[in-house]
Ligand binder design. Sequence first.
Ligand SMILES: [Zn+2]
Ligand SMILES: [Zn+2]
Length: 332
Amino acid sequence: MTGFRNSFLYPLLSWLIWPGVFCAGLTGAYFAFQSSAPLLWFNVVYFSVVAIIALFERLMPYEKTWLARDGETFNDIAHTLFNKGGVQIAAAIGATFPIAVASFAQPVLVSPVHFWPDHWPMVFQAILGLIIAEFGLYFAHRLAHEHLSLWRFHALHHSVQRLWVVNTGRFHFMDSLIKIGLSQIPLYLLGAPLPVFLWIGAVTAFVGLLTHCNIDVRTGPLDWILSTPRLHRWHHSRVLAEGNTNYGENLVLWDQVFGTYFNPPRPSSTDIGITGRVASSFWGQVVQPFSKQGYRQIIGRKPKELDQPVVPAAPAEGLPPMMMPSVRTRAD
Ligand SMILES: [Zn+2]
Ligand SMILES: [Zn+2]
């Protein structure tokens, strides 16, 4: 493997993987959408992309320790594989849900107004839709980090100790519902057509898989436009001042507009996670935010501390002063 790292292929692949996988995914989505069974074929493309990313995670990991399973006995391996299977299905549902909603719900919804520029080429309509949807995604995500009442749901996504392709869909359903609502309702109200929703769903699916991948990719100027693994690793940092940044799901436009863009010139964080604790079982994680005790466990604070104001930590180097952390603290 050291030989591969030193070969000319390694840097070449580092530069090509992100745009290559993204374009391959969108090309596959194009043919899926032209077919008579778009959801089925989109899922075939989606899982093919998952497989390709998983392969490159083994060949070119960004952080080798993130490849390690958390047990060595047979039972531990079986348990890990079972969880991987469950999370992968959740990832697929999470990514394809907006497409399913768009396919079935939009024909019965009548938009009250029609501002949408139908006459534009689809690629520009999709970009416009993405910018509008991303505005809702940005605020849903930022609010989830800045308010404990919403962080209780979003913490599940941040509770992982490593990032890899299978983490992509690890969201509490309440977290996802808020995001889908804030990002898609404005598009419905503006009268965006079904293909715009389909393309936003496709872009979100592939960018999501790629932002969580543990591949040593180089994204250079893409970091200024799209949410990349480098930016998203900062977002998962345990250090609050680094983590409460880069909220964009696909685009980083709104992070740049509102001063939460964070990309200092050093390797992005591998110290990820939260101070609080989430339940170990799937159903435990689903119900945990709804109980008082579960909420306290997720927040990682004792009952008395919940009544006290949060003391902000010093902003990280390169972070705008307005970005004061409010929820997570570094685990000691
Ligand atoms: Zn987050
Ligand atoms: Zn994430």
